[in-house]
Design a protein around this ligand. Structure first.
Ligand code: PEP
Length: 261
C-alpha cells in the first residue's frame, strides 16, 4: 500500500492569529514520517500560516476551507484558487456539509470549485456524506453516488482528488460512525470512483473519515485498509490533543504496515 495517510485539521470559523502561532509551534514537533498533516484555517490566517510554516520549517501543510467557484473578477468577498496558491495552499475542502447547509452551495458551484483548484494545482478534498434520515433509510450508497456524479460529471479523467466521507449526523455530535461501518462505506466509495478513475488510480485516492474523531478513537479508523486518514474539527483545535491524535494515528499506521509484511 503506497497511499500516504493524511490527518486534516479543520478549524472552521474558529481560532485567532496568536492561537495559530502557538498551535503551529507546538504541532510542528514531532515531525511524523508516516503521515501528512494539513491545517485548514479561516482565510484571513493564511498569511500568518505561510509565514509561521516557513519560520518553523514546519511539515504541516496549508489548507483552505473554501474557494470561489470563479477564477477571478467582480465577485465581492470571494477568494480564488490562484489567491490560495499564492499563500501555499496545498489542499482545499469542497462541499463540506456545513457549507451545503448554511451557505447553500450548489453542485454547479462545487463542480466549478474543483475545476478552479485543479487549474491551480491544488488538491480538492471533496466532502460527501448522508444525513441521519438517509442513513436510517439505507440510502447511503445512492446518496454518495449522487454526490460524486454531480461534481465529477459524465466524463472520466478528472484531476487529483482526496475524498472525505463525513456522515452529517456524526459531525460535531460526539456520535462517530464506527470504524467497521466506515470501512464498508470507504470500500464502496473506492469502487464507485472507478466510474471516473482507472482501477490503479482508485488505489491511490485517499479517502478520509470525518465526524467526531478525537485522540481516543482516531487510531481505530486507521486499522482498516480503505481508511486513509481522518478529517478532524473540534478535536484539532488544541495542539496537545491534536498531537496525541497524530501520534496514535502514526502507531496504527505502523501496526498496519507490519501486518501487511
Ligand atoms: C468537520 O468539521 O469536518 C468535522 C468532522 O468536525 P468534528 O470533528 O468536530 O465532528
Amino acid at each position: 500500500m503506497t497511499r500516504t495517510q493524511l490527518v486534516m485539521a479543520n478549524w472552521k470559523q474558529q481560532g485567532s492569529e496568536p492561537a495559530l502561532t502557538q498551535w503551529l509551534s507546538e504541532v510542528s514537533v514531532p515531525d511524523l514520517a508516516e503521515l501528512s498533516r494539513v491545517l485548514c484555517v479561516p482565510l484571513p490566517y493564511l498569511a500568518a500560516l505561510r509565514q509561521q510554516r516557513a519560520a518553523l520549517q514546519s511539515a504541516v501543510l496549508a489548507g483552505a476551507q473554501q474557494v470561489s467557484a470563479w477564477t477571478g473578477g467582480a465577485y465581492t468577498g470571494e477568494v480564488s484558487a490562484a489567491m490560495l496558491r499564492e499563500f501555499g495552499v496545498a489542499y482545499t475542502l469542497v462541499g463540506h456539509s456545513e457549507r451545503r447547509q448554511w451557505l447553500l452551495e450548489t453542485a454547479d458551484s462545487r463542480r466549478a470549485q474543483l475545476a478552479a483548484l485543479w487549474q491551480q494545482g491544488i488538491t480538492p478534498v471533496l466532502c460527501v456524506g448522508e444525513t441521519a434520515v438517509q442513513h436510517q433509510q439505507g440510502q447511503t450508497v445512492d446518496v454518495l453516488w449522487q454526490q460524486l456524479a454531480e461534481v465529477l460529471g459524465p466524463q472520466p479523467a478528472p484531476g487529483p482528488l482526496v475524498l472525505a466521507y463525513e456522515p452529517v449526523f456524526a459531525i460535531g455530535s460526539g456520535q462517530p460512525l464506527s470504524a467497521p461501518d466506515a470501512q464498508q462505506v470507504h470500500q464502496k466509495l473506492r469502487q464507485l470512483l472507478q466510474q471516473w478513475y482507472s482501477a490503479a488510480d482508485c488505489q491511490q485516492i485517499r479517502i478520509l473519515y470525518g465526524g467526531s474523531v478525537n485522540s481516543n478513537n482516531a487510531a481505530e479508523y486507521l486499522r482498516y485498509p480503505d481508511i486513509d486518514g481522518v478529517l478532524v474539527g473540534s478535536g484539532s483545535l488544541q495542539a496537545d490533543s491534536f498531537n496525541a491524535l497524530c501520534l496514535t494515528v502514526q502507531s496504527a499506521i505502523r501496526e498496519r504496515q507490519v501486518a501487511q509484511i
